[in-house]
Design a protein around this ligand. Structure first.
Ligand code: COA
Length: 165
């Protein structure tokens, strides 16, 4: 697993491996972004079990993160979030593209994710990199006053030339 920072084309924004000391910043972004946020413990568990956990960093500031599991031929993007003040600058797309490339490099043949049908900005992002809706999970998400469905999106991953795993 790569630990060295990988420079993005966007000046001063770097994607690197998430570490324990990032979790406080990550949780602050998470709580600001979602009505039903992941707990600190969930992020720590994701690190502990070895999920692909990455942060986008501008200077010393964590401005976004992505979490993905890989296994049984499938990459599953579990969380992708950019700090409100850094949205619509291409960072989400770069982080998503990075995760897709990691899934491909790990030998996965497909990537999946769930998204609330009401989350139109995220859906536009996913469609823009080639994800397609392949199903709907009824009542998957917590929602105010009940449950909300999840759209299931899939992307076929193409092995890179020379990739051995
Ligand atoms: C979804 C999210 C990750 C997008 O991150 P971002 O850095 O703002 O996205 P980008 O600037 O890279 O945008 C990439 C594409 O996504 C789409 N998009 C992103 N924000 C959008 C918005 N507010 N309205 C419409 N389309 C949007 C566009 O297609 C955009 O491409 P374009 O700029 O060429 O039009 C971000 O809005 C976020 O963190 N939301 C809260 C958490 C969340 O909902 N995560 C997804 C859970 S499934």
């Amino acid at each position: 697993m790569a630990t060295a920072p990988e420079l993005l084309a966007t000046p001063d924004v770097v994607i690197r491996t998430m570490v324990e000391t990032d979790v406080t910043s990550v949780v602050a972004i998470e709580r600001a972004a979602y009505q039903f946020p992941w707990s600190e413990g969930i992020f720590r568990d994701c690190l502990r079990v070895g999920y692909v956990c990455r942060v986008a960093v501008a200077g010393d500031e964590v401005i976004g993160y992505g979490v993905m599991s890989v296994g049984a031929g499938e990459a599953h993007i579990l969380n992708l979030c950019i700090s409100d003040s850094y949205r619509c600058r291409g960072v989400g797309k770069r982080l998503l593209t990075y995760l897709v490339e990691r899934g491909t490099a790990a030998g996965m043949s497909e990537a999946f994710l769930e998204v609330r049908p009401s989350n139109t900005s995220a859906i536009r992002l996913y469609l823009s990199v080639g994800f397609e809706q392949v199903g709907m999970r009824r009542g998957y998400y917590q929602a105010v006053g009940g449950r909300e469905d999840a759209a299931v999106l899939k992307l076929a991953l193409r092995p890179r030339r020379g990739s051995t795993r």
